[in-house]
Ligand binder design. Structure first.
Ligand code: FA5
Length: 343
């Protein structure tokens, strides 16, 4: 009897795997669970089992019955779902030649604003380049004159990869490659995604965009830098915004400046978006350090230049009115729908 149950078990598994229609499933159910089905016959044989074996054999028969019932109801659900899908499809066929209806998709607000800003730079004669997201330690730090013991290289700030490379912490990581590509006459912007191991708040993300720019030629001076920053901000904001320039420190620029924009969300009073200061750190900048030019094979005695690292996500906040940077990576469809621009 035990052997019979085992054989039936195996046979059912093989047969159920072949079923591909509702009709086939019903036939299988009758074959095993019908009044005169294989399980019913098994129950008749059970009457002849000796008393001492009844408990063990009874459990095996019950297990087989349960298994058959469960499998059949599982398959029934699957087959019904498939049939419903088929019916739905047949009832409402898709016309692939129809034009895309309104609301199917739109560009992300960051993409919209960055394209606008790129256009401003292009109109000022800049080329646009891409950077990499995974960078070498050399490009991210050494090439831009960040000393080996600088705290930014710490695990706390940088996402290091097992192979010794890293997720770029700033767009400046592309400076060396771009300076080598363009040589001493260069006017390029390179937007990109940056990664920092930061705690998040309304003004800080661990994954955010910057837009870096460099201008190198003969006789480029601080006054060129200041004039350029004013013109660029006029083009980007298309209205007067209050900015302030204060001394800064970066290993890759000398002198260095911090350009802050007055916080549009609190009018300078202080709020979570600006960390309570009333100002949003928007665009650090400065004259490119001679070591950075030297590392790219450019003679700093002959050529000078300036660089800036626009906090692109903060710019997007200011231009869109989004008061929390975390919205930008949230993928919240309700929010994204407010920035409808057809692709
Ligand atoms: C830098 O990353 C420099 N590489 C910028 C630079 C380039 C300076 C060229 C001089 C010359 P900083 O760490 O301050 O600097 O970041 C630049 C801007 O990126 C900030 O002003 C801010 O707007 C933005 N930013 C920095 N950290 C974050 C963050 N966690 N979330 C969102 N934006 C950030």
């Amino acid at each position: 009897m035990k052997q019979k149950i085992e054989e039936l078990n195996k046979e059912f598994d093989e047969n159920v795997a072949k079923v591909d229609s509702a009709e086939g499933l019903e036939n299988l159910r009758l074959e095993y669970m019908g009044k005169k089905g294989k399980v019913a016959l098994l129950m008749q044989d059970f009457k002849n089992v000796k008393d001492e074996a009844k408990k063990e054999i009874g459990m095996l028969v019950n297990a087989l019955k349960n298994k058959i019932e469960t499998k059949i109801s599982e398959f029934k659900e699957k087959i019904t779902d498939k049939l419903n899908e088929k019916e739905e499809f047949n009832a409402k066929p898709i016309d692939f030649s129809l034009p895309v209806s309104d609301g199917v998709g739109s560009l992300h607000p960051r993409t919209i604003i960055l394209k606008e800003v790129e256009d401003v730079f292009v109109s000022m004669g800049f080329n646009v380049e891409d950077g990499y997201e995974i960078e070498t330690e050399y490009n991210n730090f050494d090439a831009v004159n960040v000393p080996a013991n600088h705290p930014a290289r710490d695990m706390q700030d940088t996402f290091w990869l097992d192979n010794g490379e890293l997720l770029k912490t700033h767009t400046s990581a592309a400076q060396n490659r771009i300076l080598r590509k363009y040589g001493p006459h260069c006017k390029v912007i390179f937007p990109g995604r940056c990664f920092r191991n930061e705690s998040l708040d309304a003004g800080h993300e661990n994954t955010f965009f910057q837009m870096e720019g460099i201008v190198v030629s003969e006789n480029v001076s601080v006054s060129n830098l200041i004039y350029f920053m004013k013109e660029m901000l006029k083009g980007v904001f298309k209205k007067d915004i209050e900015v302030r320039l204060r001394p800064g420190f970066f290993p890759f620029t000398e002198p260095s400046f911090e350009l802050d924009a007055s916080c549009a969300f609190c009018g300078g009073k202080g709020c979570p978006s600006c960390g309570g200061s009333g100002w949003i750190e928007l665009c650090p900048c400065g004259m490119i350090h001679p070591n950075v030019l030297r590392n790219a094979g450019i003679d700093p005695e002959k050529y000078t230049g300036f660089a800036f690292g626009l906090g692109a996500d903060r710019l997007v906040m200011l231009k869109t009115g989004l008061n929390d940077i975390r919205h930008l990576n949230s993928g919240n469809v309700k929010l994204l729908k407010q920035f409808k621009t057809k692709i």
